[in-house]
Design a protein around this ligand. Sequence first.
Ligand code: NAG
Ligand code: NAG
Ligand code: NAG
Ligand code: NAG
Ligand code: NAG
Ligand code: NAG
Ligand code: NAG
Length: 463
Amino acid sequence: MDKFFMLSILGLLIASYGVAGNMVYDNIATLDELESLDIEDDNDFDFFEIPSWASERGGKVLVNVDSFGAVGDGVSDDTQAFQKAWDTACSTPKAVLLVPQDRRYLVNATKFQGPCAEKLVVQIDGTIVAPNETNNWNPKFARIWLDFSKLEGVLFQGHGVIDGSGSKWWAASCKKNKTNPCKGAPTALTIDSSSAIKVKGLTIQNSQQMHFVISRSDSVRVTGVQVSAPGDSPNTDGIHITQSTNVVLQECKIGTGDDCVSIVNASSNIKMKRIYCGPGHGISIGSLGKDNSIGIVTQVVLDTAVLKETTNGVRIKTWQGGSGYVQGVRFQNVMMEDVANPIIIDQFYCDSPKSCENQTSAVNITKIIYKNISGTTKSEKAMKFACSDTVPCSNIVLSNINLEKKDGTVETYCNSAQGFGYGTVHPSADCLSSHDKNHLLIDQSDDAKLAEPERQDIVHTEL
Ligand SMILES: *[C@@H]1O[C@H](CO)[C@@H](O)[C@H](O)[C@H]1NC(C)=O
Ligand SMILES: *[C@@H]1O[C@H](CO)[C@@H](O)[C@H](O)[C@H]1NC(C)=O
Ligand SMILES: *[C@@H]1O[C@H](CO)[C@@H](O)[C@H](O)[C@H]1NC(C)=O
Ligand SMILES: *[C@@H]1O[C@H](CO)[C@@H](O)[C@H](O)[C@H]1NC(C)=O
Ligand SMILES: *[C@@H]1O[C@H](CO)[C@@H](O)[C@H](O)[C@H]1NC(C)=O
Ligand SMILES: *[C@@H]1O[C@H](CO)[C@@H](O)[C@H](O)[C@H]1NC(C)=O
Ligand SMILES: *[C@@H]1O[C@H](CO)[C@@H](O)[C@H](O)[C@H]1NC(C)=O
């Protein structure tokens, strides 16, 4: 936030209340920290620039899957051809592994392993499709379809499609057919244990389960990727980030049957910019803390997003009984259209057939700012902060929130949540302060007025 604004709030508080309590300074410090939370978008890792392999053939070695016997008719098994083409491309410096356009390659679950020679480009212009039978899926690869690992400095790009042919997997899911056991299904595209990876322009659709997983990786840039699956396809998260750092997702359009983006344990420095989400379950941190596990996620920024007809907007979800923390998150410039739970923290998350019992430990949620979030909510509780009685949420900051329901009133629900607001906060979030007497809560519709010290009513505080 701008320093002038900060100082004017501080000045105002001191003028109005004499010596301000430490809490005020703490709040200002929290605000400053959250406002200045930034994650480098680019240039923090060296990357070679190749607009397209065709325009800069110089020095590039083209490795076309067709030259390794791929048929591309959507029926023949091209798995071996892909594996052989990979082995060649991976061991050749400056190789471009090409999946040509206007063809459909049927490929089984495959591990594409590095490390590879320098400057590998994977150019996907055609369609890669998975076998649609669940029965003869290689049991050794139960959770993967196209799995890339141990890569460094690799560019994935093209106008192609990665299609998981997931319909039979969805039908077999325990969420669709209660008589079936709950077991995991493959992820369409995985990038694991890698660094300095760029993914540009691809479409990933109809995955068996999650669409795109980024795991155990550092410095990953995903730009212009589209993800799509039916709104009722079970557990088909769009982009799932786990144990990864310095990940930027931008200009992604995601519509699925689960979270558009989910960020889970041991992830930090995650930035999402210009994201469109819908249908889906929203943009989530979590779930974390399942089965009494440790969950840690820090430094996450979402800047500019549209969520349309999703079941949640921006969400943090943790299971009872977990430990660890979520700390330092900024959700800003978000437009909600008919979203069921636009702003939600749920420390009672329970995605299991049995109901979950309350436990005393919980993942500690602190320093979360919501800024410039507006639009329409489907439910009355436009904002929901359902926090653990034993591990309250703290330093929840709301600024310029305006959520309306098409017909009816809106409200904020709080359980054991502490924080403050400034600027417009609608619905009002006075309940955020109920567990903390020393808080700063400013509920006003005009930021500029904050600089006017005579307006004492703008600071709703019990200092
Ligand atoms: C499954 O794939 C086969 C052959 O690739 C195709 O003939 C069939 O129509 C597909 N079935 C479904 C349900 O997509
Ligand atoms: C894929 O792998 C399975 C199991 O290893 C095998 O039965 C099947 O023939 C392979 N090819 C296709 C196209 O499913
Ligand atoms: C549910 O799954 C069982 C066992 O896999 C199968 O026999 C049954 O037909 C399925 N039910 C539906 C409604 O698809
Ligand atoms: C989460 O990550 C931490 C390391 O940061 C690890 O100790 C813990 O076991 C992880 N939790 C789960 C559920 O994997
Ligand atoms: C608030 O967010 C919207 C996008 O939802 C954006 O168009 C607008 O410019 C933002 N306002 C400010 C003051 O940043
Ligand atoms: C767990 O605690 C919350 C908050 O106190 C309460 O609303 C909820 O009913 C409790 N759930 C169970 C299963 O006891
Ligand atoms: C949660 O984290 C906050 C901020 O770091 C800390 O003050 C608080 O004591 C923690 N709560 C628990 C129950 O550990």
